[in-house]
Each structure stands twice: as C-alpha cells, then as structure tokens.
Design a binder for this molecule. Sequence first.
Ligand SMILES: [Fe+2]
Length: 398
Amino acid sequence: MAPLPSSDGLSRAQGFLAPLQPSSSSVPDSGFLGPLPVAQDVWVVRSLFSIGSGQTEGLTYAGLRGRLLDMLGPNPIVHPALSFGNNESTGEELMEEMARVQEVVAGRDVAFRLDSTMTVVRREGKLALHSVVPLTEELLTAVSSLGEVGWLVAPNLQHWLFLPAWMEAFPHATVALVPEALGESLEDKLPCLADHKGPVCQLGQPEVMMRLAAETGLTGHMLEGAPLSLNEFLFYHGASSTLVASDSFYGGYDMEETPSWFARLWFKLTRGGSFRKTRLPIYRTIRVVSHGSPAALLQSTAQTLQGLGPVNRITFAHGTSPFTQEQFKAGRAGENKGWNGHGLKDLFLHCWRVGLVEQGATGLLLDQDLLAEKAVSSCPRCRKANFCTPALCISALG
Ligand SMILES: [Fe+2]
C-alpha cells in the first residue's frame, strides 16, 4: 500500500514541532526494532506502520480520523487527554500531540503511526512468524538468519495487512488464518492467497492445529465470544512459557519507551487516560458486549488459561512487548497497590473482566474465581472477588 505523506516536513515548514527523538528502546520511525530475543527460540520484531493508510474498507484512515476527532470533541485542545494536569505525556510530548491534532483538525494528511509486534518462534530450524510486520530487505535478512520460515500466522481479523509481501518472499510457507466471523473474512481481504504455492489453512481445524503444534511448538486456542473485528487465536509456546497474543492483550508502554504521538493520544482516549497501564481499549470490550458474549469469553478463556503450563511472559501487538512476570511483580501493569493479581494469566483475564463490566456486561459470575486453583480472596469490601481494585468492587456492579 502507498504510505500516507508524512506530516513532518510540513510541520517543520509551518513552525510546528518536529517529532520527538525517541529513546533507544523505542520503535524507530523507519526500519524495525529487533529481532529481540525474549526466550529460548522466541523473538519479537517491532515496527511502526501507518494505521488506516491505503485501506478502503474496515479500518480506513478517514474512519480513524473521524473517531479521533469525535473522541476529542468540538474543542480538542481542552480535552483532558491533552491537558497538562494529570497526564502521562510530558509537556514536550503534549506539545507534539497538540500540534498534530491541530494539523488533523485543519484537514492535513497526518500519518497515524502505530507500533506493531511480530513474534517469531523457532523449532528445529523452522520459524513461525505470528502477526507479521512490514517487510523490508533488512528484516528479510535478519529473519532469515534465525531459520527457515515455515509458517505465517494471521492471528485475528485485523493482523493480515503485511502478509502479501511475506507470502511473496516465502512462497512455500504454510499460511494459517483465523476463520471468518460476522461476514469478515481474511480470504476476501487477501486475494493473493489464490496464487500462494504453499498450503493455506484455517486455524481451528484439528489437523492444522496438530501440525502447527508438531512443527512449531505452538498450541492455539480460539478466544471465544469476541467475533467482531477480532476472532483471535491465542497461542502458547510451552517450551518457553510464552503466551502469544495480538489484540487480546494491551500491556501498555513501559517507562523506557516513547511511543508515537498517535499511540500516546489514541490510547489515552481509548484506555481510560493511560497509554502506559495494562488495559484493553474500549473498542475491544464494547464489541464483545454488542456482538459477542462476555460470559463465553471469560469462561472459555479461563478454561484455556487453566489448561496451559506456566505463563512467564506475554507477547502482544501494540505496546512494549513482551510483558514479563518480573515486570508484573514490579508493577508495570499499573494496577492499584494491593491488587491481588497472581500472575499473568490473572492479569489477562482481569483486563477483559474489568473492561467488559465497564462496558455494561452483566451476568459474568463476578464473584467467582475463574482460575479456581487460586481461590484467594483479596477484596476488603466483598471478600469474594479476586479481581476487585480499591476503585472498583466488581461484585457491587451486579
Ligand atoms: Fe492490532
């Protein structure tokens, strides 16, 4: 797809702020970060892309621009997300966000740059690439140095954009796609699948899942109850105790990373004012309430997580990936002090549970510990629920 024209030259010419210099642990504006080893035979690669660029259906630039301006309201500069008080963005970052918003309001083409993470898993020299990022010559060389690409996995209905280039580079790789949901199908979005020389298969089919497990060490589990614009498969790499997620977990950005102005603002607007804390964006949870099943999601995910071995890290699409057990213990999730989270499985479920309740989901067996083997009560108010925080006693919400 053709990239949107960068606003940076225009901004400088018109006296707006130039982009901030990101720290060395941030994703570079061009190229990629990685492959970063995160465990034995597991790496992540992180790249920026222009979200909505070149898309004429679904997640379009015009649609995103409209959503951004709607959320900011008629006078964006006074929105709390751009306020100097009580804001995660520094003063300099806020100035950049305001300058870009002024450009968007003025109708200029401002690229919405967002980071995305690809997880690479190797077994016996063969690689599985999960949620591929934009392909460059340098990335091709870097990935090829790790092993032979055998699998290209599209883990949900939104992480498919960069598959065509990888399919061209690895014409005999197995392409594994999530099934269609609510009329949205990756087969429709990817007409190039018809010309692919390697196998093209659907996740969830027993023979596919068995071959995937045998060749890559990844087991896959459908995230039930979230079909709209998601229908994600969650993967587990048992050899390294890694949960491989995409848009079903948003770990936030750690303090070492300066995300793009768009990522900062977008997540402040959609994740309760924070781009650093671990929370799901409202559009993920709203869609489950409106078109899916909150109860099915929580119960089946709890069952899935319970059936897995230990989870020591989660890789995920947007944010500082991976999110590790050590970071969780050190408070990276940003939960209120005293939260009785027992580990990353709890955290994953907690994000969904709190987000779904906030969007009005009811009947979620709120006082039942879904990960039953750890029935420890922590809430001083209800003395039952495992996921309450001092700000939110979920059993009080019916
Ligand atoms: Fe995503």
